[in-house]
Design a protein around this ligand. Structure first.
Ligand code: MG
Length: 320
């Protein structure tokens, strides 16, 4: 059973010390944040719904807390920003064990600490069924420098950080493999690492012309860049850095790397004259294609040119 609301909030408050731009955090009607006048504020919001984004029998509580915050921090990373504060609203079933909630905050606050993000407010309500976590993350970037989806131009090269398909490969095993997975064997699924330092570097060095984080899958997220920039793209299948997963280090298949989401790597474009490092902040950066004038996406596999359809995750999409 859960503690009463006020006891829960007191328990969380004890674990959080506001710092940086946070003048006041939990404990007043609103938080107070003070930013340098040259900064722009980045705001992102994400919903985590039980049995849609996570399952309690698959995902330990601290994993749910980690993943919930990671999604918001990753959106700030995708703008080249610095995450500052998080606001969390939770709907919780009354019969949820307090131990589960403690575990959730353990994962959430550990990631928050790693990225110097202050949990500065939120709300708790009783849910008739299932856990829902609604997170808002605030970040900053110097005025006019945040990297948008709309900046890709024909001739720009397309890059991706890290390896992709690892989170989706593990999800497929959970969905179709019928057994639980050990979190430590599938870190890309259970503990995704937002690429904040990489995003900041790409912004500070003015390398990227457009950027997005891979939350829905390469094919869908690239389509977002193409739509916002009014361009097309060609992707070389053989160049895609596919993740290895599990204790055996199995390489995920191309379909998973193209269409599975939740890797939270960065997908960005850069003009051909820009020098793009092979690795940034210890994360590999791989050239996978280029931006084209025609507003189509094409996958190049050997000598074949195949239309690349966005087939990543979409809520309310009829199952195929
Ligand atoms: Mg995003």
């Amino acid at each position: 059973m859960l503690l009463a609301e006020r006891q829960i909030i007191a328990r969380i408050r004890k674990q959080v010390r506001p710092f940086g731009p946070i003048v006041a955090g939990i404990g007043d009607d609103t938080a107070i944040l003070r930013f340098p006048s040259n900064d722009e504020i980045l705001v992102t919001t994400d919903l985590c719904v039980e049995d849609v984004h996570f399952r309690r029998q698959w995902h330990p509580a601290h994993v749910v807390g980690h993943r919930c915050l990671a999604r918001g921090i990753s959106d700030i990373a995708a703008m080249g920003g610095t995450p500052i504060a998080a606001f969390l609203s939770l709907a919780l079933p009354a019969k949820l064990p307090q131990k589960w909630l403690d575990g959730f905050f353990e994962g959430f606050l550990a990631l928050a600490k790693q990225f110097r993000v202050t949990l500065a407010g939120g709300d708790i309500a009783e849910s008739p069924s299932g856990v829902t976590a609604d997170i808002v993350v605030l970040g900053t970037a110097p005025k006019g420098t945040a990297i948008r989806r709309s900046g890709a131009r024909p001739g720009d090269f397309v890059y991706v950080t890290g390896q992709i398909g690892g989170a989706g490969g593990a999800l497929k095993m959970l969905l179709f493999g019928g057994k639980k997975l050990k979190a430590k064997d599938y870190p890309r699924h259970f503990y995704p690492a937002p690429r904040v330092a990489v995003g900041q570097h790409l912004r500070a060095k003015k390398i990227a012309s457009a950027m997005i984080d891979l939350s829905d899958g390469l094919s869908t997220d690239l389509a977002h860049i193409c739509e916002e920039s009014a361009v097309g793209a060609e992707v070389m299948a053989s160049a895609i850095p596919r993740a290895r997963i599990g204790p055996g280090g199995r390489l995920v298949d191309l379909e998973t790397a193209l269409n599975a989401g939740e890797d939270y790597e960065l997908l960005f474009t850069a003009p051909p004259r820009r020098k793009v490092p092979k690795s940034i902040a210890g994360v590999a950066v791989t050239l996978i294609g280029k931006i084209t004038r025609g507003r189509k996406m094409v996958l190049i596999e050997g000598s074949k040119r195949i239309p690349l359809k966005s087939a990543g995750w979409q809520h309310f999409q009829k199952s195929k």
